[in-house]
Design a binder for this molecule. Sequence first.
Ligand code: GLU
Ligand code: MG
Length: 431
Amino acid sequence: MPGAEDGFCHTDRIVGSIVDMAGVSRAKVLPISRLPTFVDSGAGASPSWTVFCVDDHLAFTPSFSVVGDLRLRIDGDDVRDLGNGTYWAPACLTEQDGTPSLACTRYALRRVTARLAESGLTARIGHEIEFALFDAATTEEWSAYGLNAVLTQEEFIERLLAAASTAALPIEQVHAEAGLGQFEVSLAPADPVEAADNAVLARALISRIARAQGLRASFSPMPVAGGAGNGAHQHVSFTEGDLPILSGGPGPHGLTPAGGAAVAGILRALPEFTAVLAGSALSHLRLRPGMWSGVFRCWGLENREAAVRLCADTAGNPHGANLEIKPIDPSANPYLSSAAILGAAHDGIAGALPLPDEVSVDPADLTGAVDLLPTLPSDVLGAFESSALARDLFGPLIMEALAAVKGYEHAEYREKPVDEVAQRFRYAWTS
Ligand code: GLU
Ligand code: MG
């Protein structure tokens, strides 16, 4: 509105963003009057956006170079109001003729959900958003899950809930996590693409409100070396026709044969997808026993050290049975991590894989009986690059870009002192 009190002219804006292979959101802003252009023709984006690394280095490959142009396009139905004249929508990458780019991770997730639909399956996903607030003197009044913690940050929480309501972001709960200054926001389950959009939006709102409060929000897998990690767990559920496959069946805790096969498919594929789920040069610092990050390649009812925690259908679980996939961290592109999990579950169901034995104790007590997910760069990258399932789900362009980005990040940073790397990238995934 011209002539506003601060003496500046104001105009509404529309921001469209994508998430790249490093898990960083990259954006373009147009005046709101040009929203139809953002929808119909899109805003220009170099193909090199896809090979930006966490430090903004470009990991060029034969398919991603200085030549060419893609479009960043939004859908008018996806626009959310962030307040103060800023509107936001998740963008897709298209070719100049408007066809989907094979480098677009949002399209990749759509393709996987369509594949599920062809088999009569529908998935829903609820994201957990963990982050640490810094520069808060209030961290001196802090207890894990503490009432003191949520009360000292009540203004931040109030503003976040108000902004979420304006932006139609379905926040279910907020709590103080185990780490100093660490919080978690849980989002309601939704269609997988919408759920990933919501995860991106949640980070933008959290980052923005933190800044307005004089705080800084870190979505790093390891904000401070030696501290608590930030996870980005996803709660996944499936129905076949109208029936849930994770409850009402003859298997353990009500799993149906398809539900058991989904668990088996996810467990089988986890090493191939560690590059996608927790593939940054900091991720290995979190992916360790005792961190509740699900580094153990097993499943168990309410087992918080298992990669796949089954949350059964009980009165205390209003959304019904679901699988919490714990190894995922916030450096993951949420579209690709969901595509990986859903594709792996689908693969397990298609192959009628048998459900592995449940682990109902801390897997660390079974002294070596349960495998750990890979964390050495050569293992993580090697398993990804030789994965036929990843190639099938993502296609060659995303494979090429993700391998180049993660390969660079590990080569550049894995040998450096962890304190230095954690500090350097503390805010790399902040929006
Ligand atoms: N912060 C833990 C992680 O890095 C998760 C703690 C929890 O189970 O909520 O995954
Ligand atoms: Mg948590």
